[in-house]
Write a protein that binds this ligand. Structure first.
Ligand code: PLP
Length: 422
């Protein structure tokens, strides 16, 4: 088993995938959902939490009545839940509609302090949502953009290059914790250490990492860490996690009457209260995945584990389960002469990006869909990576695992791809 990103984690429990799958109503449709990297299904507990929030009555924030109080409680609970998922602080959790919109929002605010002659470092491994907001803000501010390159054979993002890229004028380093295309998990702690050594901030895209490994934003050295709930069994919204003290120094554009307080001043308009109730339920779902997660297993051995401890235990078990299953998928692909798998990074999320010789990615995905296997095709917004790999505009095929996938999905996938790739 590989280590999670960030801090140390307890030993994993066993992982009962059949029990987990039974919690997801959508999985009963018989399709093999290997498209989790583009968005996961949700368990009944999340659906129920959203419905219950609406059934109970939700007012807007700041009113004098119970339904308004309930909205406030929902927001507070969701901030606490995302803090437990990531190791952050509840007061540093900013909610937004998507990681993309949060990156634009935060880049606009941070870049106000940038002056001509400064620079930023972005990477060709990243999803475009952690590239374009920064390069466009840099263009407006007259700031240079430096690129961290991917080793196209291994798929690694070598850390050594950052020592040259980051200098005294660097204001920000934006890097992903996991590639949503080839799965690479760069050494973010080392990269953020180099950034901090030069006084630069580190903005970490945690969207693809969060569903697969335990996250500890402090151990990663992430000044900002984004995560999208719809990638980890929650609703379609996202969060950026930062230290409240850092947020106090940043002023985004905002409406005059809206709160000046942190983190509220980073949130635009009315929050999606019911979906935030679903977000808390999704974190509870993840925290309950590892058997025995209900007790700390330390100290007296009988004290209830905190939700943060249960999340770490669960995600450690998820990582071990997914990486074993992913090994089977990769081994199967390696036997097929007409398949090219891009990258072989040492530390990776369970996501494979590949081409089948002579077939367009969409044609492969259509063949798979006809066999009830859901895979993605295209560049998956890993635009820079696909460009340097020579894969634009068609991209490639992506098959990714999440915790509710089982061996029958992987075998159906391999059977279906073998029909067209041997
Ligand atoms: C690694 C990564 N970063 C960012 C995003 C963008 O997330 P959102 O849809 O919340 O903007 C995605 C979505 O696929 C992703 O996989």
């Amino acid at each position: 088993m590989t280590a999670g990103i960030g801090g140390s984690a307890p030993a994993p429990g066993s992982f009962d995938v059949a029990a987990v799958r039974a919690l997801y109503p959508a999985l009963s449709d018989g399709h093999a959902y290997l498209d989790g990297a583009a968005g996961t299904q949700v368990p009944a507990s999340v659906i129920d939490a959203i419905a219950s929030a609406y059934r109970a009555g939700i007012g807007n924030l700041g009113g004098t009545f119970a339904a308004s109080d309930r909205a406030g409680e929902i927001v507070a609970a969701a901030r606490a839940a995302v803090a437990d998922l990531t190791g952050g602080t509840a007061d540093g959790v900013i909610f937004g509609p998507s990681a993309t919109s949060l990156a634009y929002r935060i880049s606009e605010a941070l870049s106000r302090a940038w002056t001509a002659g400064a620079d930023i470092v972005i990477s060709r491994l990243d999803h475009d949502s952690n590239v374009r907001p920064w390069s466009q803000a840099a263009g407006r501010a007259g700031v240079d953009v430096k690129w961290a390159e991917v080793d196209l054979v291994t798929g690694e993002l070598p850390v050594a290059q950052y020592a040259d890229l980051i200098g005294p004028r660097t204001r920000l380093v934006a890097v992903t914790a996991a590639s949503n295309a080839i799965g690479t998990r760069p050494d973010v702690a080392a990269i953020s250490g180099l950034a901090h050594g030069r006084g630069a901030l580190c903005y970490v895209d945690g969207v693809h990492a969060t569903p697969h490994v335990p996250v500890d934003v402090a151990a990663l050295g992430a000044d900002f860490f984004t995560t999208s709930a719809y990638k980890w069994s929650g609703p379609h919204l996202a969060a950026a996690v930062a230290r409240p003290e850092l947020l106090e120094t940043v002023w985004p554009d905002k409406l005059a009457p809206s709160s000046n307080a942190v983190p509220w001043r980073f949130e635009r308009g009315t929050l999606p209260f019911a979906d935030l109730a679903g977000t808390t339920a999704a974190v509870e779902h993840l925290a309950a995945l590892a058997p025995g997660g209900g007790e700390s297993g330390t100290g007296s051995g009988t004290s209830p584990a905190s939700r943060r401890q249960r999340v770490i235990a669960s995600m450690t078990a998820v990582e071990a389960y997914e990486s074993a299953l992913f090994g089977r998928l990769l081994d199967g692909l390696a036997e097929l002469d007409r398949v090219t798998v891009y990258g072989k990074p040492a530390r990776r999320a369970p996501t494979a990006f590949f081409s089948v010789a002579g077939l367009a990615p969409r044609a492969v995905a259509e063949h798979m869909a006809a066999r009830r296997v859901n895979v993605w095709h295209g560049d998956n917004y890993a635009y820079e990576l696909c460009t340097v790999l020579g894969l634009e505009p068609e991209g490639a095929v992506r098959a990714g695992l999440v915790h509710y996938n089982d061996v029958s999905y992987v075998d159906r996938f391999l059977d279906a791809i073998t029909e067209i790739a041997r």
